[in-house]
Design a protein around this ligand. Sequence first.
Ligand code: 13P
Length: 228
Amino acid sequence: MLIAGNWKMFKGPREAEAFVSAFQPPSGVDVVVCPPYASLAAAVAAGLSVYAQNVHWEREGAFTGEVSAEMLLELGVRGAIVGHSERRQHFGETDETAARRAARALEAGLAVIACVGETEDERERGETEDVLARQVSVLPNGERIVVAYEPVWAIGTGKTATPDVAAEAHAFVKTLLDRPVLYGGSVKPENAEDLLAQPDVDGALVGGASLDVDSFSAICRTAASIRS
Ligand code: 13P
């Protein structure tokens, strides 16, 4: 079971350091935090397992605003998120670029959390499985990649997928890529148990609730109690 906190564009180095110093990961669950680039070094120094929120597919070059796997590894970062829906919606990320990022990160020795998920319109039109198939089929396989099923309509909206909806999507993703699948989208201490108890839910990618030490700790303790 893996619980990952995606801090998005929150917490500069001082706040990151304060969070990691105050946070005690419970045993029986793998926990990582994903701070913004500017706070990666502070979070690594404070002693937690740290992933970045993105990674580029080249080692170096004229790619303003991008960061390579080698640079992350040099900082002590152990993995990266790729293909988050906010990157797809606001920054032109595509299935192909997400897949290139994932392949290069794995090759360099980083772990990868590859995000997939349908929009509300796509779900209403009955296209969920087509969208997931398109997004997952291009991803590389490997021991260090996990998928995060994050239905776009559940991100930051307070509308969580029901455990049944999540379980169905997770089972479908696993028919395409036989790797662990995290659920993401309005995970909170109050709904974590129902979601994480589903057999194909192998952890969570937590946004808003990962910014607060108490709520992130509560979610991590719930995960530890379910599968340990
Ligand atoms: P929220 O938990 O804030 O809905 O965000 C989910 C997410 O996008 C994690 O990557």
